[in-house]
Design a protein around this ligand. Structure first.
Ligand SMILES: *[C@@H]1O[C@H](CO)[C@@H](O)[C@H](O)[C@H]1NC(C)=O
Ligand SMILES: *[C@@H]1O[C@H](CO)[C@@H](O)[C@H](O)[C@H]1NC(C)=O
Ligand SMILES: *[C@@H]1O[C@H](CO)[C@@H](O)[C@H](O)[C@H]1NC(C)=O
Length: 420
């Protein structure tokens, strides 16, 4: 379904400009930017699709030393042709024990451009798809996106892809809730990248007035917020939100308030402030932001990865039962301390819905595993996404919804019960 909608979008947005990229005999490609010339390369995928690839283009001055924790500032101009043929280091994640690619640096504000090799037939240039990665605002990168899929899927269809890293965790989202340290630095990085793209994408054959900003998970929450903030909402035209929004708990934009139970705890994520948010809430901003065409999507069993079940032995999974979900609802999802005096009624409703409704006569563990993943999906992502869609529709946003229900075999292998 996503594919159909997406193809639809791509067909609607028909393509172009005179690309000013030049190919050399050795496959080098040269392009201008307003900061100086760059040299990338011509890439050909196994499917024979070609693209012009530029990796590691600086979109801000390295945010190091005095610039650490500061909003990004434009890069310094360069005179010599800058080599942009390999990815630069990823931004430093909060916790990297489980992360494979460990090439990190504070100096990480470099974007990547994958463009069709031909000029667009539309004099205004190709539409531009800007991808903001997920990772809960504390990890993630765009190196793993590579440039092969963007070539096969997007360059082939006349779209320019730009992948954007931004500062994470401590470096990007630490906030003390004070004027000196309002936070949202990672969101300001994303804005700096959008400005760079708007100013430079014409040199790559792109249309600066046809920019689609697409994010997944925390990236999805980011693009939602970018489409609302007065500092960014006029820098692009269309939005694709995959599995997340700005009012999700994980993106919860609260000012820093010391937690009573954990006074030293600081969460990393967007914070309501007087600058990026203009002193307003997401709900208030939706009322004033100009509506944009928006594709919003969710996946079936969206929350499966958060259940703690992937990786358990088949024997342990086979023991998963109604009792496990009931206990989780009582202890973690809806205890009195969270939902208040009506907790018994709320727990009963949740248990009826997630444990008993549509249960087969002789339920097996697979049934409960799926329902537990559904509980996590609704709790973490779905309910706020639907709330926000309602709000946007009421405020005149054209919203297109998709549900992704394909599960790749690697995903199914992590949780066999998740087969659909
Ligand atoms: C680039 O050239 C200009 C003019 O010659 C010069 O003023 C500037 O310092 C040079 N910049 C760098 C980074 O070399
Ligand atoms: C690009 O141009 C070449 C040569 O004219 C042509 O064979 C190819 O089909 C074009 N590709 C696209 C995506 O338009
Ligand atoms: C499910 O509950 C049983 C019995 O209380 C417990 O031993 C088991 O660890 C639980 N499984 C999971 C995955 O939490």
């Amino acid at each position: 379904m996503f594919k159909q909608i997406f193809t639809g979008v791509i067909l609607i947005i028909i393509l172009t400009t005179i690309a000013s990229q030049k190919l050399n005999k050795d496959n080098s490609i040269f392009a201008e930017t307003i900061y100086g010339p760059i040299e990338g390369f011509r890439h050909k995928t196994r499917n024979g699709i070609e693209s012009n690839v530029f990796l590691g283009i600086p979109y801000a001055k390295p945010p190091i030393k005095d610039l650490r924790f500061e909003p990004p500032i434009p890069p310094q101009k360069w005179n010599e042709t800058l080599q942009t043929k390999k990815f630069q280091s990823s931004c430093i994640p909060y916790n990297w024990e489980s992360i494979q690619n460990k090439d990190f640096s504070e100096d990480c504000l470099y974007l990547n451009i994958i463009a069709p090799t031909n000029s667009s037939k539309n004099a205004e240039g190709y539409p531009v798809l800007v991808y903001i990665h997920g990772g809960g605002f504390v990890f993630g990168d765009v190196v793993k996106c590579g440039f092969d899929k963007a070539t096969d899927n997007f360059a082939k269809r006349g779209l320019i892809t730009v992948t954007v890293p931004y500062r994470l965790g401590l470096y990007g989202f630490m906030s003390l809730g004070t004027a000196e340290d309002p936070g949202n630095i990672g969101l300001w990085d994303q804005i700096a990248a959008l400005k760079f793209i708007k100013d430079n994408i014409k040199y790559f054959g792109g249309n600066p007035n046809n920019i689609i900003v697409w994010g997944e998970s925390a990236g999805s929450a980011s693009v939602d917020l970018l489409s609302l903030s007065p500092h960014s909402r006029d820098l692009f035209q269309k939005v694709i939100q995959g599995s997340g929004c700005g009012i999700n708990e994980f993106a919860n934009s609260q000012p820093f308030i010391p937690d009573k139970a954990y006074p030293n705890y600081i969460g990393f994520g967007p914070r309501y402030d007087k600058n990026f948010f203009d002193g307003k809430t997401v709900e208030q901003l939706i009322k004033e932001a100009p509506p944009k065409p928006l594709i919003v999507g969710l996946m079936t069993l969206e929350g499966a990865a958060f259940t703690g079940l992937p990786g358990l032995s088949p024997e342990d999974l086979a023991k998963f039962s109604a009792k496990n979900i009931t206990k989780a609802i009582r202890k973690s999802f809806a205890p009195e301390s969270i939902v208040g005096p009506e907790f018994e009624e709320i727990q009963r409703d949740l248990i009826n819905y997630f444990v008993y409704q549509n249960a087969p006569e002789k339920p097996v563990s697979d049934f409960y595993i799926k329902r537990y993943a559904d509980l996590w999906s609704d709790f973490l992502i779905n309910q706020e996404v639907f709330n926000e869609i309602d709000l946007k529709v009421k405020n005149g946003w054209p919203v297109y919804f998709y549900l992704w229900n394909h599960m790749s075999s690697p995903v199914q292998a992590t949780l066999p019960a998740a087969k659909v």
